[in-house]
Design a protein around this ligand. Structure first.
Ligand code: 1GP
Length: 238
Protein backbone atom coordinates (compact mmCIF):
# COMPACT_ATOMS: atom_id res chain seq x y z
CA UNK A 1 0.00 0.00 0.00
CA UNK A 2 1.24 3.48 -0.82
CA UNK A 3 1.89 5.83 2.05
CA UNK A 4 0.89 8.97 0.26
CA UNK A 5 0.88 11.50 3.07
CA UNK A 6 4.15 10.27 4.56
CA UNK A 7 5.77 10.76 1.17
CA UNK A 8 4.39 14.28 0.81
CA UNK A 9 5.77 15.13 4.25
CA UNK A 10 9.17 13.66 3.39
CA UNK A 11 9.25 15.63 0.15
CA UNK A 12 8.50 18.83 2.06
CA UNK A 13 11.32 18.08 4.50
CA UNK A 14 13.71 17.52 1.60
CA UNK A 15 12.35 20.56 -0.34
CA UNK A 16 11.41 18.25 -3.20
CA UNK A 17 8.54 19.90 -5.06
CA UNK A 18 5.51 17.90 -6.19
CA UNK A 19 3.19 18.24 -9.15
CA UNK A 20 -0.29 16.78 -9.55
CA UNK A 21 -2.10 16.53 -12.86
CA UNK A 22 -5.84 16.88 -12.33
CA UNK A 23 -8.13 14.75 -14.46
CA UNK A 24 -11.77 15.74 -14.53
CA UNK A 25 -13.76 12.63 -15.57
CA UNK A 26 -16.39 14.89 -17.17
CA UNK A 27 -13.84 16.32 -19.56
CA UNK A 28 -11.99 13.15 -20.49
CA UNK A 29 -13.23 10.52 -22.92
CA UNK A 30 -12.22 6.94 -22.15
CA UNK A 31 -10.67 6.59 -25.60
CA UNK A 32 -8.04 9.22 -24.93
CA UNK A 33 -6.97 7.99 -21.50
CA UNK A 34 -4.06 5.97 -22.94
CA UNK A 35 -2.59 9.00 -24.71
CA UNK A 36 -3.08 11.01 -21.60
CA UNK A 37 -1.24 8.46 -19.45
CA UNK A 38 1.65 8.37 -21.89
CA UNK A 39 1.99 12.15 -21.59
CA UNK A 40 1.70 12.03 -17.81
CA UNK A 41 4.43 9.38 -17.64
CA UNK A 42 6.72 11.59 -19.73
CA UNK A 43 6.10 14.63 -17.55
CA UNK A 44 7.55 15.50 -14.16
CA UNK A 45 4.20 14.87 -12.44
CA UNK A 46 4.39 13.05 -9.12
CA UNK A 47 0.66 12.55 -8.47
CA UNK A 48 -2.60 12.21 -10.37
CA UNK A 49 -5.68 13.87 -8.92
CA UNK A 50 -9.10 12.76 -10.18
CA UNK A 51 -12.25 14.76 -9.62
CA UNK A 52 -14.31 17.80 -10.47
CA UNK A 53 -17.03 19.96 -9.01
CA UNK A 54 -19.85 17.99 -10.61
CA UNK A 55 -18.74 14.73 -12.25
CA UNK A 56 -21.89 13.85 -14.16
CA UNK A 57 -20.36 10.94 -16.02
CA UNK A 58 -20.36 7.44 -14.59
CA UNK A 59 -17.00 6.24 -15.84
CA UNK A 60 -14.98 7.34 -12.79
CA UNK A 61 -14.08 3.75 -11.80
CA UNK A 62 -13.16 2.84 -15.37
CA UNK A 63 -10.95 5.89 -15.87
CA UNK A 64 -9.09 5.22 -12.63
CA UNK A 65 -8.62 1.53 -13.42
CA UNK A 66 -7.30 2.46 -16.84
CA UNK A 67 -4.84 5.00 -15.39
CA UNK A 68 -3.64 2.41 -12.85
CA UNK A 69 -2.83 -0.13 -15.52
CA UNK A 70 -0.12 2.02 -17.06
CA UNK A 71 0.84 4.65 -14.53
CA UNK A 72 2.55 4.06 -11.19
CA UNK A 73 1.90 7.50 -9.71
CA UNK A 74 -0.41 7.70 -6.68
CA UNK A 75 -4.01 8.41 -7.73
CA UNK A 76 -5.78 10.71 -5.33
CA UNK A 77 -9.46 11.54 -5.42
CA UNK A 78 -10.33 15.21 -5.34
CA UNK A 79 -14.11 14.92 -4.95
CA UNK A 80 -16.84 17.54 -5.16
CA UNK A 81 -19.22 15.28 -3.22
CA UNK A 82 -19.48 11.70 -1.86
CA UNK A 83 -20.73 10.28 -5.17
CA UNK A 84 -17.22 10.80 -6.53
CA UNK A 85 -15.52 8.15 -4.44
CA UNK A 86 -13.87 5.22 -6.18
CA UNK A 87 -12.29 2.31 -4.35
CA UNK A 88 -9.82 1.95 -7.21
CA UNK A 89 -7.89 5.11 -6.30
CA UNK A 90 -5.08 5.12 -3.73
CA UNK A 91 -6.18 8.00 -1.57
CA UNK A 92 -8.65 10.82 -1.14
CA UNK A 93 -8.35 14.45 -0.17
CA UNK A 94 -11.02 14.58 2.55
CA UNK A 95 -11.89 18.19 1.90
CA UNK A 96 -13.32 20.82 4.26
CA UNK A 97 -14.23 24.02 2.45
CA UNK A 98 -12.98 26.27 5.25
CA UNK A 99 -13.17 29.50 3.24
CA UNK A 100 -16.95 29.03 3.05
CA UNK A 101 -19.74 28.94 5.56
CA UNK A 102 -21.92 26.31 3.92
CA UNK A 103 -22.31 23.48 6.45
CA UNK A 104 -22.88 20.95 3.62
CA UNK A 105 -19.24 21.38 2.63
CA UNK A 106 -17.95 21.62 6.20
CA UNK A 107 -19.61 18.51 7.67
CA UNK A 108 -22.69 17.15 5.83
CA UNK A 109 -20.91 15.61 2.82
CA UNK A 110 -18.15 14.33 5.09
CA UNK A 111 -20.65 12.48 7.32
CA UNK A 112 -22.38 10.99 4.27
CA UNK A 113 -19.06 9.85 2.86
CA UNK A 114 -18.16 7.69 5.87
CA UNK A 115 -20.19 4.53 5.00
CA UNK A 116 -18.75 4.65 1.47
CA UNK A 117 -15.17 5.20 2.65
CA UNK A 118 -15.41 2.43 5.21
CA UNK A 119 -15.82 -0.03 2.36
CA UNK A 120 -12.55 1.06 0.73
CA UNK A 121 -8.84 1.01 1.55
CA UNK A 122 -8.36 4.60 0.44
CA UNK A 123 -5.81 6.62 2.39
CA UNK A 124 -7.82 9.48 3.82
CA UNK A 125 -6.02 12.82 3.93
CA UNK A 126 -7.91 15.62 5.75
CA UNK A 127 -7.45 18.78 3.70
CA UNK A 128 -8.48 22.35 4.48
CA UNK A 129 -9.69 23.77 1.16
CA UNK A 130 -9.57 27.54 0.69
CA UNK A 131 -11.16 29.20 -2.29
CA UNK A 132 -9.70 32.57 -3.35
CA UNK A 133 -11.26 35.17 -5.68
CA UNK A 134 -9.81 34.92 -9.18
CA UNK A 135 -11.62 37.56 -11.22
CA UNK A 136 -14.54 35.41 -12.35
CA UNK A 137 -16.97 32.94 -10.81
CA UNK A 138 -15.70 29.34 -10.93
CA UNK A 139 -17.49 26.00 -10.68
CA UNK A 140 -16.50 25.45 -7.04
CA UNK A 141 -18.06 28.76 -6.06
CA UNK A 142 -21.26 28.01 -7.98
CA UNK A 143 -21.65 24.43 -6.81
CA UNK A 144 -20.69 25.03 -3.18
CA UNK A 145 -22.63 28.30 -2.99
CA UNK A 146 -19.86 29.89 -0.98
CA UNK A 147 -17.99 33.14 -1.42
CA UNK A 148 -14.27 32.94 -2.11
CA UNK A 149 -11.92 34.92 0.16
CA UNK A 150 -10.69 38.28 -1.20
CA UNK A 151 -7.37 38.19 -3.09
CA UNK A 152 -6.05 41.21 -1.27
CA UNK A 153 -6.71 40.05 2.29
CA UNK A 154 -3.58 37.98 2.78
CA UNK A 155 -3.78 38.24 6.57
CA UNK A 156 -7.28 36.73 6.68
CA UNK A 157 -6.30 33.93 4.29
CA UNK A 158 -3.29 33.15 6.54
CA UNK A 159 -5.59 33.11 9.55
CA UNK A 160 -8.01 30.76 7.78
CA UNK A 161 -5.22 28.41 6.70
CA UNK A 162 -3.83 28.32 10.24
CA UNK A 163 -7.31 27.55 11.62
CA UNK A 164 -7.41 24.66 9.13
CA UNK A 165 -4.11 23.38 10.52
CA UNK A 166 -5.23 23.79 14.15
CA UNK A 167 -8.40 21.82 13.31
CA UNK A 168 -6.26 18.85 12.39
CA UNK A 169 -6.10 19.07 8.61
CA UNK A 170 -2.94 17.52 7.21
CA UNK A 171 -2.81 19.65 4.08
CA UNK A 172 -4.01 23.10 3.07
CA UNK A 173 -5.15 23.64 -0.53
CA UNK A 174 -5.19 27.24 -1.83
CA UNK A 175 -7.56 27.13 -4.79
CA UNK A 176 -8.25 29.84 -7.36
CA UNK A 177 -10.71 27.50 -9.13
CA UNK A 178 -10.40 25.47 -12.29
CA UNK A 179 -9.71 27.68 -15.30
CA UNK A 180 -9.26 30.69 -13.01
CA UNK A 181 -8.55 34.00 -14.71
CA UNK A 182 -5.89 34.83 -12.12
CA UNK A 183 -3.91 32.24 -10.18
CA UNK A 184 -3.25 32.55 -6.43
CA UNK A 185 -1.08 35.67 -5.83
CA UNK A 186 2.55 34.75 -5.13
CA UNK A 187 2.69 36.97 -2.04
CA UNK A 188 -0.28 35.02 -0.65
CA UNK A 189 1.50 31.69 -1.25
CA UNK A 190 4.59 33.12 0.47
CA UNK A 191 2.71 34.34 3.52
CA UNK A 192 0.52 31.25 3.93
CA UNK A 193 3.37 28.76 3.51
CA UNK A 194 5.58 30.69 5.95
CA UNK A 195 2.81 30.55 8.53
CA UNK A 196 1.99 26.81 8.17
CA UNK A 197 3.72 23.69 9.45
CA UNK A 198 1.82 21.34 7.13
CA UNK A 199 2.29 21.04 3.35
CA UNK A 200 0.62 23.56 1.04
CA UNK A 201 -1.12 22.69 -2.23
CA UNK A 202 -1.71 25.47 -4.77
CA UNK A 203 -3.91 25.24 -7.87
CA UNK A 204 -6.22 27.02 -10.26
CA UNK A 205 -5.33 29.14 -13.27
CA UNK A 206 -1.66 28.12 -13.57
CA UNK A 207 -1.02 27.93 -17.30
CA UNK A 208 2.73 27.81 -17.83
CA UNK A 209 5.84 26.09 -16.55
CA UNK A 210 7.03 29.47 -15.28
CA UNK A 211 3.76 29.73 -13.34
CA UNK A 212 4.47 26.34 -11.74
CA UNK A 213 8.05 27.34 -10.94
CA UNK A 214 6.94 30.66 -9.41
CA UNK A 215 4.39 28.92 -7.19
CA UNK A 216 7.11 26.49 -6.03
CA UNK A 217 9.54 29.33 -5.34
CA UNK A 218 6.87 31.19 -3.37
CA UNK A 219 6.42 28.17 -1.10
CA UNK A 220 3.90 25.76 -2.66
CA UNK A 221 4.82 22.17 -1.83
CA UNK A 222 2.53 20.69 -4.46
CA UNK A 223 1.10 22.44 -7.53
CA UNK A 224 -2.01 21.23 -9.36
CA UNK A 225 -2.37 21.55 -13.13
CA UNK A 226 -5.74 20.81 -14.73
CA UNK A 227 -6.96 22.99 -17.61
CA UNK A 228 -3.52 23.74 -19.10
CA UNK A 229 -2.86 20.01 -19.60
CA UNK A 230 -6.46 19.17 -20.48
CA UNK A 231 -6.39 21.66 -23.36
CA UNK A 232 -2.87 20.78 -24.49
CA UNK A 233 -1.49 17.32 -23.85
CA UNK A 234 1.94 18.58 -24.99
CA UNK A 235 1.98 21.16 -22.21
CA UNK A 236 4.98 19.59 -20.45
CA UNK A 237 6.99 19.20 -23.67
CA UNK A 238 6.92 22.78 -24.85
C1 1GP B 1 -8.76 23.02 -9.91
O1 1GP B 1 -6.73 23.61 -8.82
C2 1GP B 1 -7.27 22.85 -9.83
O2 1GP B 1 -9.39 22.52 -8.81
C3 1GP B 1 -6.63 23.08 -11.17
O3 1GP B 1 -7.07 24.25 -11.79
O4 1GP B 1 -7.80 23.62 -14.09
O5 1GP B 1 -7.08 25.95 -13.60
O6 1GP B 1 -5.40 24.12 -13.66
P1 1GP B 1 -6.80 24.51 -13.38
Amino acid sequence: MKNIYEEILNSKKESKKLLAILIDPDKVQLEIVDTLIEKINQSFATHVFVGGSLVKTNHLDLIIQKIKQNCSLPIILFPGNPSQISKYADGILFLNLISGRNSDYLIEHQVNAVPILEKTDLEIIPTGYILIENGKQTAVERVSQTKPLPRNDVAYVCQTAKAGEFMGNKLIYLEAGSGAEKAIPLEMIEAVSANLSIPLIVGGGIRSKVGIENAFKAGADLVVIGTAFETNFNFFEA
